[in-house]
Design a protein around this ligand. Structure first.
Ligand code: ATP
Length: 279
């Protein structure tokens, strides 16, 4: 059985006593070597969940357990060794004067030996196609390049849980696909838990399990195909439906038989091919 790496037990959170609850009684688990996604409309509580996972925030109610440790003021430093996080705005994440200094920074804080650091800088910058920018000052990079470096810096510390909070938002669709492929390879190689946080349904297609948030509550938890099948309800909670799902519906309305919910152009073609060749 896979080990639980993240556990939220009846977690509720608000930003102040006079403020509304932004998370209400949320319970979920993320397992080792699992690619999970958390999706929801703007303001549904996704980033708050991410910040609770590494002790940037603490819940007023409920318990959070990361890699067997309960989140407390005392345990945050140990927990932060296990949880790597990349946020949407890479500018807030740079500390080094060059790209390689930046990747080194998180490792220095964790006391990693110099030879090992050099090796990891090399490998992670290559993995995100940024090795030719080692000596560049981070502020001279484009938004997408900064995002790649931010991801490399987190991968270099070998976290057990990697959280990407809208972290590919500044990349174009191709760059996004490339980076997600790299991250997924690393996830599989190192048996990490990968948590992709997004408001874009198309990005959850690769996930094994999707947690859907709505107004601070867990609205649903299922595999992507089951989530995609609930198009009308997803629209009602403020999510945009991917083109391929809308197209499938229009074809159905036009009388075309489509039995399985397609997640990609290729799957829809396959579906049409199958139904066409059997009629
Ligand atoms: N520092 C803060 N102080 C007070 N309220 C906050 C703070 N940060 C977030 N909130 C509120 O908490 C709620 C949840 O915000 P959160 O950032 O977790 O949502 P989200 O789903 O990540 O949204 P987005 O997709 O826009 O990033 C929102 O209503 C937001 O206005």
């Amino acid at each position: 059985m896979r080990e639980k790496l993240v556990e939220f037990k009846n977690v509720s959170f608000r930003y102040g006593e006079e403020q509304p609850w932004v998370l209400k009684d949320c319970s979920f688990e993320i397992y080792q070597n699992e690619a999970a996604a958390i999706i929801g409309h703007n303001g549904s509580g996704k980033s708050t969940i991410a910040k609770l996972m590494n002790g940037l925030l603490f819940p007023q109610e409920g318990e959070i357990i990361i890699n067997g440790r309960q989140l407390t003021q005392e345990s945050i430093w140990e927990i932060r060794k296990d949880v790597g996080m990349v946020f949407q705005n890479p500018d807030n994440q740079f500390v080094g004067t060059t790209v390689q200094d930046d990747v080194a920074f998180g490792m220095e804080n964790r006391g990693i030996e110099r030879d090992e650091m050099v090796k990891r800088i090399d490998n992670t910058l290559k993995a995100v196609s940024m090795d030719s920018y080692r000596l560049t000052e981070p502020h001279k990079l484009s938004g997408g390049q900064k995002q790649r470096v931010a991801i490399a810096s987190v991968l270099a510390i070998f976290p057990q849980v990697l959280i990407l909070d809208e972290a590919t938002a500044m990349l174009d669709p191709r760059g996004r696909r490339d980076i997600m492929k790299t991250v997924t390879n690393v996830q599989e190689e190192r048996n990490l838990s990968l948590i992709t946080i997004t408001h874009d349904l198309q990005e959850v297609v690769q996930a094994e399990r999707v947690i859907v948030m709505n107004n601070g509550e867990i609205w649903d938890e299922a595999v992507p195909r089951e989530i995609f099948a609930k198009k009308a309800e997803l629209r009602e909670i403020g999510l945009d439906i991917p083109f391929i799902a809308t197209l499938s519906d229009e074809l159905r309305h036009a009388g075309v038989t489509i039995t399985n919910e397609a997640l990609s152009h290729e799957e829809l073609l396959e579906e049409l091919w199958t139904s066409h060749s059997t009629t």
